[in-house]
Design a binder for this molecule. Structure first.
Ligand code: GLA
Length: 685
């Protein structure tokens, strides 16, 4: 988003000084104070933030569209969905709850249209359901969306929140008047302002969770925020793209040492239910649990799918997040394709996450020893999504589908253990070629034949017997090849086979599942067992006719602030460049990158490119367009003064078109770049 920060003009400073005077007067004259009783409640014994907070935040689904019905209905949904019973407590309002001005006495007030009964009534409603209320403010003169900030009013605002019965305060980092702090670095200003906020909240006497939303990782909040707050952001705003989950996860790889009971790294609000699919949502939730991250759901709790609810309420995964030791996971290994993360739990168990970062199914493995567990004859490996336990001789491995994670709780087994079936692995590897040479995108076309290799391995202490492995696919898919069998598969050994899989000629776009199924016996033949793994083949079909890019589903989209927006700017209005408004297009903020699948069907792309008129700042960006990795357009530096670029580029034969918006090397402030009327010319059928 646009952060209209760093206003150091004289006018802004004067406004701030005036505001500070009003606040001082208000404090000096308590008679002018709030209508509600200001006496803070006595502190309760319950520690704030002993484990990471769990709850909900409205921002990424509702932005400024908030009101008391939303909060109350969300509180009801938190109860009826079972989320409260699973540990969720906070119902948190983000920006835009406040009236645009303070009251005559300088106190904050809720927007009377959005909250006609006032914030105290909303808090009472939430509390009556055994839940807690969170609210949002900013250390600057205004919030990020332009509502009154706490600068010069900190104690008064903290007292207001306490008087309303607020339990959680998120404090943002927009519109900070750095000019008032000559000689101080931005980090020093942050420490000063957030320390004052922390003290003001404490001075109210009401325990309130303090969430620092200083979103600039350059200021390294993890080095100063633990002493004064309960959580702090470790990254800038993000979105629901897989790459954004990975970026925020990666950012925390070196930060484990800063988290612990009472104070937590915050990789931002959950995107469960907002990711591309349920598998990605589960992986994202697994990762946040490993990070001991705050679990603040960011979806609409009133309308969520059964899968989203099941993900958010998976108690075994929540138990990892909420483990009382509070030791954040560390990363044991990392490549572009796969990560292994380990978290030490209070009882000595290890949580192990095998994360497939990439676009194809990958076998990922580690060992109990590498996870730091003591030497033992065998280990119990509990799959926290399948809710099943198996016994391993020490290997912890799985064939992990694209963009997903396996999550285990591993503990040493005492001698003589043998109650669990042996840990086994089934892997299915459809060898779909890349969309073009060097591409990470593996998509199948209708009619294509794909060689698929599948395997079955034993990681238990003893051999399994009578093993058979087969591959099946969706109806209409032709699978050539027979099941493979072996009388026994011993520890560390693998049974494998190869099949030829043909996509039906009339297959539509979608993700299709191939299933590898192994049947075997264990425990000296006493027990029969089945193990399965699914792998997806993605089939895509290029566009027809003359569609707008913005009407198609993208392959991937990353953005500087928040998500790439379709047909509107960040402030909700239409895309506008130099006074021309556009019905169609994409709003981006550098550094952004968006890819679309063309399947070789399109010949041309036209678009108007330029910075959006909504913020006339010092933004500067570059646009680059490439087809199958080859550059076909480069705008050079574009500012608000650059005439609109009318682009018309050939795409002939390209599988993928990609548009990159760069920051022109001067940072990302005001870099709000439109891709307006982006229109393709493609084959008609
Ligand atoms: C910033 C924060 C977000 C959200 C918005 C509200 O961008 O980082 O989490 O609070 O402000 O305007």
């Amino acid at each position: 988003m646009i952060r209209p920060t760093r206003h150091t003009s004289l006018i802004t400073s004067l406004i701030a000084i005036g505001a500070a005077l009003v606040a001082t007067l208000a404090l000096a004259n308590p008679a002018s104070a709030r209508p509600l009783g200001q006496t803070p409640r006595a502190a309760t014994a319950a520690p704030v933030a002993a484990t990471p907070p769990m709850g909900w935040n409205d921002w990424y689904t509702f932005f400024c569209d908030v009101n008391e019905q939303l909060v109350e209905q969300t509180a009801d949904a938190m109860v009826s969905s079972g989320m409260r019973d699973a540990g969720y407590r906070y119902v948190n309002l983000d920006d835009c709850w406040a009236a645009s001005t303070r009251d005559a006495n300088g106190h904050l007030r809720a927007d009377p249209t959005k909250f006609p009964h006032g914030m105290k009534a909303v808090a009472d409603y939430v509390h009556a359901r055994g839940l807690k209320l969170g609210i949002y403010e900013d250390v600057g003169t205004k919030t990020c969306a332009g509502y009154p900030g706490s600068y010069g009013h900190v104690q008064d605002d903290a007292d207001t929140f306490a008087s309303w019965g607020v339990d959680f305060v998120k404090v943002d980092w927009c519109n900070v008047p750095f000019g008032d702090f000559p000689g101080l670095s931005q980090q020093q200003v942050a420490v000063k302002l957030y320390t004052a906020y922390s003290q003001a909240l404490k001075a109210t006497g009401r325990p309130m969770f303090f969430s620092i939303c200083e979103w600039d990782p350059k200021l390294r909040p993890w080095t100063w925020a633990p002493a004064i707050s309960n959580m702090w952001r470790t990254n800038n705003d993000y979105g629901s793209q897989w790459s954004q989950t990975l970026a925020n996860l990666d950012q925390e790889a070196p930060l484990a040492q800063y988290a612990g009971p009472g104070h937590w790294n915050d990789p931002d609000i959950l995107m469960v239910g907002k990711m591309a699919n349920d598998t990605e949502s589960r992986a994202h939730f697994s990762a946040w649990a490993m990070l001991a991250a705050p679990l603040l759901a960011g979806n609409d709790l009133r309308n969520m799918s059964a899968a989203t609810k099941a993900t958010l309420t998976n108690r075994e995964v929540i138990a990892v997040d909420q483990d009382p030791r509070g030791a954040q996971a560390t990363r044991l290994s990392h490549t572009d394709a796969a990560d292994v993360w380990i978290r030490t739990l209070a009882n000595g168990d290890r949580a192990v996450m095998l994360l497939n970062r990439g676009d194809t199914t990958t076998r990922i493995s580690t060992t109990a020893q590498a996870a730091g567990l003591p030497s033992a004859g065998a280990y119990a490996v509990r799959d926290l999504w399948a809710h099943r336990t198996a016994e391993s001789a020490g290997v912890i491995a799985a064939s992990v589908p694209a963009h997903s994670a396996a999550l285990y709780r591993v503990s040493p087994l005492k001698d003589g253990a043998g109650d669990y079936p042996p840990a086994t692995e089934v892997d299915v590897d459809p060898q779909v070629p890349p969309a073009y040479p060097g591409s990470d995108l593996h998509v199948a076309k209708a009619g294509q034949t794909i060689t698929t290799v599948a395997g079955f391995g034993d990681d238990g202490r003893t051999a399994v017997t009578d093993a058979t492995l087969n591959l099946t696919g969706p109806s209409g898919w032709k699978i050539d090849g027979r099941p493979v069998s072996a009388p026994a598969v011993s520890t560390g050994k693998r049974l494998s086979g190869t099949w030829q899989v043909t996509v039906p000629a009339d297959a539509g776009p979608g993700s299709y599942t191939l299933t590898g199924t192994a049947t075997y016996r264990w425990g000296d033949g006493a027990h029969a067992a089945t193990a399965r793994t699914e792998s997806t083949v993605r089939v895509l079909v290029g566009p027809t006719g003359s569609p707008y890019l913005s009407d198609l589903s993208w392959l991937s989209a990353t953005n500087g602030y928040g998500p790439v927006l379709v047909d509107k700017s960040y402030f909700g209005g239409p895309l506008t460049i130099h006074g021309t408004t556009y019905q169609h297009g994409l709003w981006t903020n550098a550094v952004a990158s968006i890819e679309y699948y063309l399947g070789g069907r399109c010949s041309r792309l036209t678009a108007d490119l330029g910075l959006d008129d909504s913020v006339q700042g010092q933004g500067s960006v570059t646009y680059r367009i490439s087809a199958d990795g080859r550059s076909i357009y480069d705008s050079g530096v574009v500012t608000n003064g650059t005439p609109t670029a009318h682009v018309d580029v050939p795409l002939t034969g390209a599988q993928v078109v990609r548009i990159d918006v760069g920051d022109a090397g001067d940072g990302v402030t005001y870099d709000n770049a439109d891709i307006a009327q982006p229109r393709l010319t493609c084959a008609d059928s």
